[in-house]
Design a binder for this molecule. Structure first.
Ligand code: FPP
Length: 247
């Protein structure tokens, strides 16, 4: 795993070396709001606009999988007003974007403890996932009530149950078997993880899946993150030599 700060110059991309899967920790909505003397909720609203921009950019660039960390298991501990606003924003986003997702051949998927989300969010997710299930131009994965450790706990429980029922021989447990029991079973591991707003941490995101992922951290706050900076990070990624632990 290599770790660096991004540079912000944009040049043309090598379309033969695109990351197959980009994952993003969208951080900094609160700080952006504070800088602009606005409420944290306004920061999330501005963040939702950046989500639209980056989804569009990924689709245009030809990135096959985009996973966005939209709400963590830890985020439930935020004030109720902020959690409710984030949930409403999600419903609004899904309702306003599903037509565009159909037009742009984008398939929506959700990963995390979806059953913990309010009914209205679950309904909006179900509707958008059903409407887009045949799309294959790009996979947009929203991580919602997602935590890497709880994902691993549920995976261990599933495998343990199968062992108890005699369906799995413990000697045959492999990395591939573990991957198949995660929320991301149908998604390749991320090639590139981007974190906005400067913090050098993983925050319980895709813990198993990022074993060999290239990591870029930018100081830009998520609401200020642009198409140009995203593309410059992809360009930086293309200069990386990925060795997967080999020489
Ligand atoms: C982190 O910023 C961001 C979140 C907890 C939520 C991310 C949500 C969005 C970008 C908007 C809605 C999402 C979709 C998919 C429409 P923070 O509040 O932790 O910022 P801070 O660290 O500066 O306080």
């Amino acid at each position: 795993m290599s770790f660096s700060k991004s540079s912000s110059t944009r040049t043309d991309l090598d379309v033969t070396k695109l990351p197959l899967h980009v994952a993003i920790i969208m951080d900094g909505n609160g700080r952006w709001a504070k800088q602009h003397l606005l409420s944290r909720i306004k920061g999330h609203e501005k963040g939702a606009q950046t989500v639209r921009t980056i989804v569009k950019t990924c689709r245009e660039t030809g990135i096959a999988h985009l996973t966005l960390y939209a709400f963590s298991t830890e985020n439930w501990q935020r004030p109720k007003k902020e959690v409710d606003a984030l949930m409403s924003l999600l419903v609004k986003f899904l309702e306003s974007e599903h037509k565009d997702m159909i037009d742009k051949n984008i398939r929506l998927n959700a990963i995390g403890q979806i059953e913990r989300l309010p009914e209205a969010v679950q309904r909006a997710l179900d509707k958008t996932m059903t409407l887009t299930k045949k799309n294959d131009g790009m996979h947009l994965n929203l991580a919602l009530s997602y935590g890497g450790r709880s994902e691993i706990v549920q995976m261990v429980r599933q495998i343990a149950l199968k062992i108890k029922e005699g369906k799995i021989d413990p000697d045959l447990i492999t990395s591939e078997l573990i991957s198949k029991h995660l929320y991301t079973s149908t998604i390749p591991d991320p090639d590139l993880l981007i974190r906005t707003s400067g913090e050098m941490r993983i925050s319980n995101f895709l813990l198993w899946q990022i074993a060999y992922t290239e990591i870029f951290v930018t100081d830009t706050l998520w609401p200020d993150f642009t198409k140009e900076e995203f593309l410059s990070i992809i360009k930086d990624y293309q200069k990386r030599e990925r060795r997967f632990g080999k020489v």
